[in-house]
Design a protein around this ligand. Structure first.
Ligand code: ZN
Length: 423
């Protein structure tokens, strides 16, 4: 049994290849890349882009604890529908993934129920309480690819320094959610003109920037690598740009909503536009786009954060933070970055494949003979309308409902198996 994907335009940023080519898949691997290849089954990809399956190093699958919002099974289906074949779910579940038994649970549930690759992460501190470190060496041995207390920052600089030192010693990268919670108050949106106008308490940019700066400095002090999650502000981008210029071992990500939307999206009080960090202002969106263009931002992550309709159907101030992102990411990248000429299509694909894989040393994100057959096929110019009702995710919380996007996933293949096929 073999599968040939023929006549597609292959884009593989890791190898620099951009050309019409066929790919022959056998036994879950790419057997050959070339011309005129034949398999027992054929996918005609004429007019489509064929690229590595997308890699998202920041998703929330809510299992265990909140299986009505998302499970590893439903989250992986949503990922496949978005062209993703590798994801790293965050460990802020209930209970949190902070010990070997919990990591083994995630690995087992992924093996039993996921249709794509699920790379586990674990908390850096027990109970995600920011005090006592987890057994990172042991966790790494059983398969953890990163440590993070995502959902919150580590308040104590002393603990953060030790965490960064220890993680680096164990060969793990710390994924930093940068937030000075003492500035949070009851913040529900960006602090600025719109928060004043709406009478909602704000989350100032400084909440994020102070900790981006602190955490990069502590990483340098610890001689450790650090990855900054969901960067949203012009100031945050500038701190990272300067640190990189000074040789800091820092990488960072942003999410599609931060280059697509401003806090104007909140003015209808739609809780589907409430996330942490919050949507900022036009000058920040411009800075995020510029940082994607100049390489200051290393990769795209969705921060896919599912919540049920009833969770979100409350007063804005009380609604939980987060939006789903896996099923709209490609469309938002093509529409918001490629069509607007912020980055090339090749670079957009790199930001969603080889770049995130490189940050966590994941052996995926490229198309190579002998490598895993993790492949996305998409129609780069096809227009579609975001309809949350058809999401594979159990949740519907997106601010992009009804949005017309370009860039539509047609087929997703993981380890040689078709895990999503556009009807
Ligand atoms: Zn976060």
């Amino acid at each position: 049994m073999s599968l040939a994907i023929v006549n597609g335009y292959m884009i593989d940023p890791a190898s620099g290849r951009s050309e019409i080519a066929d790919i022959l898949v056998e036994h879950g691997h790419i057997a050959r890349i070339g011309k005129g290849l034949k398999g027992t089954k054929t996918i005609d990809a004429a007019g489509y882009v064929v690229c590595p399956g997308f890699v998202d190093i920041h998703v929330h699958f809510r299992e265990p604890g909140y299986e009505s919002k998302e499970t590893i099974a439903s989250g992986s289906k949503a990922a496949a529908r978005g062209g993703f074949t590798s994801v790293v779910p965050m460990p802020n579940t209930a209970p949190p993934i902070d010990n070997a038994g919990m990591v083994e649970f995630v690995i087992r549930r992924a093996r039993e129920t996921a249709c794509i690759k699920v790379w586990p992460s674990a908390c850096a501190t027990k109970e995600r309480a920011g005090q006592e470190m987890t057994e990172m060496g042991e966790l790494k041995d059983i398969g953890v690819v990163a440590v993070t207390d995502d959902g919150s920052d580590i308040a104590s600089s002393w603990v953060m320094r030790r965490v960064l030192e220890y993680a680096d010693m164990c060969g793990l990268t710390y994924l930093a959610h940068c937030e000075d919670a003492s500035l949070m108050d009851a913040g529900a949106m960006n602090e600025g003109y719109n928060s004043t106008r709406l009478g909602l308490s704000g989350m100032p940019r400084e909440m994020e920037e102070i900790r981006i700066d602190r955490n990069i400095r502590l990483a340098a002090l610890a001689g450790a690598k650090i990855h900054i999650q969901h960067v949203t502000t012009a100031g945050g981008v500038e701190i990272i740009r300067r640190a990189k210029a000074n040789g800091a071992r820092v990488t960072c990500e942003t999410a599609p909503h931060y280059w697509m939307l401003t806090d104007e999206a909140v003015t209808t009080f739609s809780t589907d536009a409430k996330m942490n960090p919050p949507l900022r202002e036009a000058s920040d969106v411009a800075a995020i786009r510029a940082a994607l263009a100049d390489g200051t931002i290393d990769c795209i992550a969705t921060d896919h954060a599912p919540h049920t309709v009833s969770d979100k159907d409350v007063e804005f101030q009380l609604a939980p933070f987060g939006i789903v992102g896996l099923e709209t990411a490609l469309g938002l990248a093509v529409t918001g970055l490629v069509e607007t000429e912020v980055v090339s299509l090749e670079r957009a694909i790199e930001l969603m494949t080889a770049a995130p894989a490189r940050i966590l040393n994941l052996p995926v994100g490229t198309l190579s003979e002998g490598g895993p057959a993790d492949i996305a096929v998409f129609a780069p110019k096809a227009e579609w309308t975001v309809d949350p009702a058809v999401f594979a995710s159990l949740s519907r919380n997106t601010p992009f409902a009804g949005e017309r996007l370009r860039g539509k996933v047609m087929t997703t293949i993981c380890d040689g198996k078709v895990v999503y096929q556009h009807p």
